[in-house]
Write a protein that binds this ligand. Structure first.
Ligand SMILES: Cc1ncc(COP(=O)(O)O)c(C=O)c1O
Length: 396
């Protein structure tokens, strides 16, 4: 509803440049249909359907009872920063000190703070497209120039390093990598990551390496560009708790970066959030240092579900889908349906009761695709397939 007032709302001009994450809008639309009595299968939102491991929940409750209910340092509690530094150091084979860690409410603020702290008007940022929509939104918001690099299906949705080389100009200030990737489930091979570092060479270009799905990799070991000699000081690693430990609603993530940049991001934290909730940070220590078997279980389950779901999608008229290599998304090609992505996603929600996302929610190069999350039970995923099959048979 629009507010009527004698006073015009005089928004800042930059608000017109802000994008969105459509998943939240489709979720709201699906909920509204449910309120009218419709049955909807939710395959739109990107969050694990598992519960947060019980040791983490218990640690938070314990922390609440022990007074971890006050402000803490803006960069995060020293004990959590140390835990994260050890964890990232161990898993990326690099030396990380606690003052290179900034704890923030979710992974998203690291994207925001990276743009705010590094990007001036006209600075170029190369980012994956289709990709997590907040990258493009934030680049535009701060007045940067968004330079998409297309992820192509025939390359299993990994970027073409030669194409990347052609996009770099003297104005390039930041390159965003995301592997395993949202929305395609693509994973950059180690050799490609090494080539990206080679192409950057000794140029003063920063890399935002979004590794939030690094523990949801179906085969092999994750590899970070920060592990390549000479790259650590030019890399901001984004990671967090949302996806790894099914903690999306807790709002806790972090960035690992050189200390001079960490100081600046800490200033942004002081100005915006003051700090991440203290008791959740105590639970974060339990998450990283506790039993890791729930993470392995969740990853195996997502792999299995995506195999079942992709096999089912490939039987549906007009759909063809590659097997994702990580995360919990499938990204079928729907061009043979003859429909554009957005109207198809809308029709599937309204007529078939399946809430999926249009590929264009992830940028212009997402046209021709839909994203289905497999973060739902196998039973519901099977039901989604039945509904898709029925709808396509009736409508195509
Ligand atoms: C690629 C990517 N980066 C960052 C995030 C942000 O995660 P968080 O919920 O921790 O803010 C998401 C969430 O969907 C994501 O898919």
């Amino acid at each position: 509803m629009t507010q009527s007032s004698q006073y015009d709302l005089r928004l800042s001009s930059r608000m017109a440049r802000l994008g969105t994450e459509t998943a939240f809008e489709v979720l709201a639309k699906a909920k509204a249909l449910e309120a009218q009595g419709k049955n909807i299968i939710h395959v739109e939102i990107g969050e694990p359907d598992f519960d947060t491991p019980s040791n983490v929940v218990e640690a938070a409750v314990d922390a609440l009872h022990h007074g971890w209910t006050h402000y803490g340092p803006s960069a995060g509690l020293p004990q959590l920063r140390k835990t994260i530094a050890d964890y990232i150091g161990r898993t990326r084979s690099i030396e990380v000190s606690p003052d290179e860690v900034v704890v923030v409410p979710g992974g998203k603020p690291i994207i925001f703070y990276t743009m705010l702290s590094l990007i001036d008007e006209g600075d170029e940022v190369i980012y994956p497209n289709p990709g997590f929509p907040i990258y493009e939104s934030m680049i535009n918001y701060v007045g940067g120039k968004a330079v998409p690099i297309q992820l192509r299906e025939e390359r299993d949705f990994t970027l073409d390093v030669n194409e990347l080389a052609g996009l770099i100009t003297p104005h390039t200030k930041l390159i965003i990598l995301n592997s395993p990737q949202n929305p395609t489930g693509g994973v950059m091979p180690r050799t490609d990551i090494e080539k990206v570092a080679e192409i950057i060479g000794d140029r003063n270009i920063m890399v935002l390496s979004d590794e939030i799905y690094s523990r949801l990799l179906f085969e092999g070991e994750p590899f970070s560009i920060a592990s390549i000699p000479g790259m650590k000081e030019r890399t901001i690693i984004l990671d967090g708790f949302s996806k790894t430990y099914a903690m999306t609603g807790w709002r806790m993530g972090y960035g690992v970066m050189r200390t001079d940049l960490a100081t600046q991001m800490t200033r942004l934290m002081t100005n915006s959030n003051s700090c991440t909730a203290s008791f959740t940070q105590m639970a974060g220590i339990a998450a990283i240092t506790g039993d890791q078997s729930p993470v392995g279980h969740m990853c195996a389950e997502f792999k299995h579900r995506s195999e079942v779901f992709v096999a089912g999608l490939n039987k549906i008229k007009g759909f063809s889908c590659r097997q994702p290599k990580g995360a919990f998304y499938t990204f079928p090609n729907i061009t043979k349906t003859g429909w554009k992505s957005k109207p198809l996603a809308d029709a599937l929600l309204e007529q078939a009761g399946v809430a999926a996302l249009s590929g264009t929610s992830f940028g212009e190069f997402g046209e021709g695709y839909l994203r289905f999350s497999v973060a739902n039970s196998l039973e519901n995923l099977q039901e989604a397939l039945v509904r898709l099959d029925k709808w396509t048979k009736q409508n195509l």
